[in-house]
Design a protein around this ligand. Sequence first.
Ligand code: LLP
Length: 434
Amino acid sequence: MTDPFQHRGGALHAEGVPVARIAASVGTPFYVYSTAALVEQYRGFAAAFAGVDARIHYAMKANSNIAVLKTLADLGAGADVVSEGELRLALAAGVPPQRIVFSGVGKTDAELAFALNTGIYQINVESEPELEALSRVASGLGKTAPITIRVNPDVDPETHAKISTGYSGTKFGVPWTDAPRLYKKAAGLAGIDVVGVDVHIGSQLTKLEPFETAFRRVAGLIGKLRTLGLNIRRADLGGGLGIVYDSTNGAPPDPASYAAMVKRIFAPLNVQVMFEPGRYLVGNAGLLVGSVIYVKEADGKTFYIIDAAMNDLIRPSLYDAYHAMEPVKQPAAGAGLKPVDVAGPVCETGDLLAADRPLPPMAAGDLLAIRSGGAYAAVMASTYNARPLVPEVLVNGEEFAVVRRRPTYEEMSRLEALPPWLEPASGGRAKALP
Ligand code: LLP
């Protein structure tokens, strides 16, 4: 990927915009995304499947900002959604229902009904009770649900345990060995049209082999289901393609080699192949930018205490994830690096964005850019410690726009109320915050 965040004249830019200019305009911390990077990643993935009956459904859980969604939708991307909320956002961004698939282990009746009423392309069913619920809901609405069953192929994706899904014992999918029984049942149920097989084995995969093992199992299953008389015409192969977080760590497979492997396995089957990439499309299209509040020396260690924290980016705390970082102002030539801990203001030891990271000298007020902030970053943020969600900015060439603004403290407390017994005179409404 062409790095959209490069130093020019000593200052980090997001495409043509100095990051410091965005900081001066919106304040820190903030997320910034690059349109050029989104476009390049989507086009690169799509190009790998040129000439193939392939569909790309962006796994919007990675970044559901409506401007990011619309940027991808305008290029032709569909959406993979996992909740009614995501489905509503996808529709609001202009993704046609016929380009949306619905995944997830816990869809409620209300969500299934909402999805069916939109005319959604596909629902990926993850269990026998979900299949029964969907049959009941669809029949009740006089609709037919186009479904796949997500199979669990029992493959170790060789990624972080918390983002591995495709081995036995996780909550995901139906054991692939049990799938034929369930498919036969599905074929006989009212309101159900079996269209394909679905698989997703995990995220941030850095090798092709686990994908290949899983896909061969899916291909074998498709053959078997066809001999049972089922008209299987789609293979939804999920997401999971990894990205570079640490450039000293080697590169994950590129879409071309991933696509070559997929074509080898599925071309003979004459199915539509479907993909649900999330991280690959958006991960390295974003930065989190914070400011140093204090440089603290303690016990022979240096801490850069910055204004971004684990509530803004939880990946380092939750998955021990590595995010590359650098000062927005290029350090003077010859400035040495020394190991520092980069920590936020949240009152937890785990609020550490990097430990013993070699960084150049920085001072209070300096801006720090944290890379790979496009995927599973802003979407996983919380308001822990009553910290406002940080704004999101989209850059396009020389232009930038705030695509989600920082809420006010008043907005943050608007949904809360005092019960009558605590403040009878207020009529149950909490006092506005100062
Ligand atoms: N399809 C399904 C059914 C999924 O569960 C996921 C991700 C994807 C597609 C997209 O996977 P991707 O292409 O982005 O790897 N929060 C974690 C990642 C959780 C992934 C959940 N499922 C992280 O920050 O690493």
